[in-house]
Write a new protein. Sequence first.
Length: 285
Amino acid sequence: MALDQYQEEEDGMSFLDHLEALRWHLLRSIAAILIFSVTAFLAKSIVFGVVILGPSKIDFFTYRVLCDLASYVNMPALCIDELPFTIQSRQMTGQFSMHMTSSFVVGFIVAFPYVFWEVWRFISPGLYDQEKQAARGAVFFVSLLFFMGAAFGYYILSPLSINFLSNYQLDPSILNEFDITSYVTTLTMLVLASAIMFQLPVVIYFLSMSGLVTARMLKAYRRHAIVVILVLAAVITPPDVISQLLIAMPILVLYEAGINIAKRLEKKRALKEAQYEREREEEND
């Protein structure tokens, strides 16, 4: 009842009223991010010591799984038992600024479902009833894909990329001593880029629902999409083929899932149109 009243109020709003509503949605979203960011800042030993620096330690979950797998299949090369690098802070404000940055990123990731819910509350009153029905569960699926992408970036892409970069040497005399700013920036970029790219099925869903793309179009441009995905993977990952393929493969799978989603939407649309035509014919008879 309260939601219906809210939607009725939204429908009767002027342009300035919409701006005021948007301001409050943004303020609540920012407040949620700040609350979780402050919490992450205060929990420094867990958020920074365990989460942020986790992939830089040899006892990280992914490395242990790979070593167990290497032992099981008798392939020692799979085991990552050494990360030959150290992390340093070469700037006076380096550790504090990275503490702030990492806390904000963690706060944004944790608060993402609420932030998207606030955005959806602002957008949804402007949709038709049919569009609202078709987009039901958008907050859940967008949040699910976001966390799946973030987990993929954190547990798969980041540790393998860090392993590659830490073992890459032009000459044995050159030591890998990474600045804390570089480490946190790389980790953040990999995690957030994966989380964003995992939204591909949702993007295809809404584009298909609005009629801007079709399953046939997506199939026709599949080769172009593969090239674009590989280029994006090369941009957001270190310059090694394994990392690029690791990020590209799930995105390609999600692209194919988007084609199936577009097919289902087109079938539903065709059935509704056929039913509408039958009803019109019956009325004319």
